[in-house]
Design a protein around this ligand. Structure first.
Ligand SMILES: [Zn+2]
Length: 649
């Protein structure tokens, strides 16, 4: 048997497991041993197989990039930044393709687009997107990237498309190792790596390519985005695991919301989500403008960056006891607001980003309230930030778990305040008017520590506290009382278990009661879509804790009753998908929404082909126009009120 063939196959399989699946099955040493054997045989025989892994090391620098035309044009995507623009896209799709089309939602990665060509099962060329018609030949550079195969089973001519990215931890490590010439951000670093004449430099930055599309297939073309992704995976291309298939606007919106929340936690730079019509048949109905496909859109999140200087770093204790470094920065204008503070994730993040007191740093504001420090722009700064061994707030010893530091004191004051603030927040128990400062005061003066303590507050509890007049006290007590009736998902979120965000809370609420959720096993928890192993463990620990159970029982005794929402199937709005637009004189939008939902209706944020009713108040804008265009039934406030009063009680 041909030993070289055998070695190529073996090494390629190991490379695939390591780079594409992130699941290595052999040690680096063992890999190197076989690799060296192959290299030696190649030297002796003077033969190198086209798919030999030795081709990936990065050859000699090229003098210039040759231009190369793509077989099929690489279109860029039309962009949407507002919900209205997104809903307009849906309207267009439904008009052209009817309601049967599905949508796929993926991350939009912020790097450099690249196109790989294969012929008769072999990799032949890599090109940048360029102007979409022709790009630069970057084959030598791309060869050093390990996340795609040199040999595939598909025998026709093929072009696949992906985004070259550098993972954020990889970038940070590179910068640590190259302090003399750090790379400022992941996007430029990735583009610079591929568009570098010297392939060895490309290799040194360890870019990856995440594949997301098939651009051209000469035979048996795929007939949908789902098939394209399956094809890519089957042939050994690296794809990003997040991929949602949706059947309507609401599902797409939910997937985008999810991406918007998750994107700051993943290790690849992203600036939005890509929504595509799944079916090739529907795409064909829609076609292209002169610039874009009509069947896809990039939903871009707002992001702004600016440079400033770190003046001081202090530590904030969160509701789980986690210490988060927060930097006071030289005031700088960013997206129309003056920024004075910026956050870092944890202590290792701070070292990784080389942030010191006095450093000049790049900060980015996305949709989060507090902007984030992306990293130091240059070396320097006066003093490194010390890692605290004791909680700066209560003095208790600090525990290190992974990259994070935790205060070990359950009664640490800011921790209690954060926990209570989270409990009272709008998407949790929604205790209107209860602010963080009020809770801090109640902890300090009245020893209010637990959720259940809130329900024991009386008018007298506020006596002698500055700034609490009768009306304010009555309102607060009313809001606390009202919060006893709480939907189960919001209650689960309110508990503040690390990892249970709103999405996971909603998933868990499907079990019907707190008791049910408390009794779930690891296996059952892992079967919940948005619960991973770490969160599952947090949930198990939470319900195994006696103090937590005692607190839950106490809340129950007090009359805090989480309920699951069952749609009123008899109500006048049963089966209706309703959009509110403009201002109503009688109610706020939220109040009106609650009334509609109580009578069986489902509220939507935008008019789509599925909307059945629009309630239009004063100054109704584009939503009303859209409703008229789509022939959706529209009622004014007067009619809305008379419907409500006829069916009240
Ligand atoms: Zn503490």
């Amino acid at each position: 048997m041909d030993r070289m063939r055998e070695l190529c196959d073996l090494l390629n399989r190991w490379g695939y497991e390591y780079y594409v699946l992130d699941a290595p099955t052999v040690s680096d040493r063992e890999y190197d041993r076989y690799y060296d054997e192959l290299k030696e045989l190649e030297r002796k025989t003077g033969t190198v197989y086209p798919d030999s892994p030795t081709r990936r090391v990065g050859g000699e620098p090229v003098k210039a990039f040759a231009r190369h035309a793509h077989i099929a044009r690489l279109y860029s995507l039309d962009k949407a930044v507002t919900e209205d623009e997104l809903s307009a896209f849906f309207t267009r799709v439904e008009k052209a393709a009817g309601k049967g089309a599905h949508y796929t939602v993926e991350y939009k990665f912020d790097g450099l687009t690249i196109c790989l060509t294969y012929e008769k099962g072999a990799f032949v060329r890599a090109t940048t997107r360029g102007n979409g018609v022709e790009g630069e030949d970057v084959t030598a550079q791309a060869l050093t990237v390990q996340s795609f195969p040199l040999k595939i089973s598909y025998q026709g001519t093929l072009e696949v498309r992906g985004e070259t990215v550098i993972r954020l931890p990889v970038l940070a490590k590179y910068n640590e190792e190259h302090p003399e010439e750090p790379l400022k951000n992941a996007r430029n670093a990735a583009a610079g790596a591929i568009r570098n004449l010297d392939p060895k430099i490309t290799a040194s930055r360890h870019p990856e390519i995440l594949f997301y599309d098939v651009n051209y297939m000469s035979e048996d073309p795929v007939s949908s985005q789902v098939e394209a992704m399956e094809f890519l995976k089957r042939e050994g291309f690296k794809t990003y695991p997040y991929f949602k298939i949706c059947s309507d606007y609401d599902e797409v919106q939910a997937a985008i919301d999810e991406i918007e929340i998750e994107r700051s936690r993943i290790d690849v730079l992203t600036d939005g989500a890509v929504v595509k019509v799944n079916e090739e048949s529907a795409r064909a109905e829609m076609g292209y403008t002169d610039k874009f496909p009509r069947w896809a859109i990039a939903y871009k999140f707002e992001a702004e960056e600016a440079e400033t200087k770190v003046l001081r770093v202090f530590w904030q204790v969160g509701r789980t006891g986690k210490l988060t470094p927060l930097a006071e920065v030289e005031p700088v204008d960013l997206a129309g607001a003056t920024v004075r503070r910026a956050t870092l994730n944890n202590f290792s993040d701070l070292t990784r980003k080389r942030v010191k007191v006095g450093s000049r740093v790049l900060i980015r504001r996305s949709n989060e309230v507090i902007p984030e420090i992306l990293g130091a722009i240059e070396d320097g700064g006066e003093a490194p930030v010390e890692k605290p061994s004791f909680c700066p707030s209560c003095g208790a010893p600090v525990r290190e778990v992974g990259a994070n530091l935790f205060c070990t004191n359950r009664e640490c004051p800011p921790r209690i305040v954060q926990k209570l603030t989270h409990y009272c927040s709008k998407n949790a128990a929604d205790v209107e008017g209860m602010s963080e400062s009020t809770l801090a005061l109640l902890l300090e003066k009245r020893g209010i520590k637990r959720f259940s303590d809130l329900y024991l507050l009386t008018a007298e509890s506020f006596a002698g506290l500055e700034g609490f007049k009768e009306k304010k006290i009555t309102n607060l007590l009313g809001a606390i009382e009202k919060s006893k009736k709480i939907p189960l998902d919001r209650f689960l979120y309110a508990l503040g278990v690390e990892g249970i965000g709103r999405v996971a809370a909603r998933d868990l609420s499907a079990f019907g009661s707190v008791e049910k959720v408390a009794s779930l096993t690891m296996e059952q928890l892992l079967a919940v879509e948005d619960v991973g192993e770490i969160t599952a463990n947090n949930i198990l620990n939470y319900f195994a804790d006696e103090e937590n159970i005692a607190e839950l029982n106490k809340l129950k005794e007090i009359g805090v009753e989480p309920y699951t929402e069952e749609r009123n199937k008899e109500g006048i709005f049963a089966g209706e998908k309703v959009v509110l637009t403009g201002t109503l004189a009688a109610f706020s939008r939220t109040e009106a929404q609650k009334k509609i939902e109580a009578l069986g209706g489902e509220c939507q944020s935008a008019v789509t082909g599925q909307t059945t009713l629009v309630v239009a108040g004063e100054k109704a804008g584009s939503k009303l126009d859209k409703a008229k265009k789509l022939g959706v039934r529209v009622i004014g406030e007067e009619e809305f009120l008379s419907l409500l009063s006829a069916h009240a009680g």
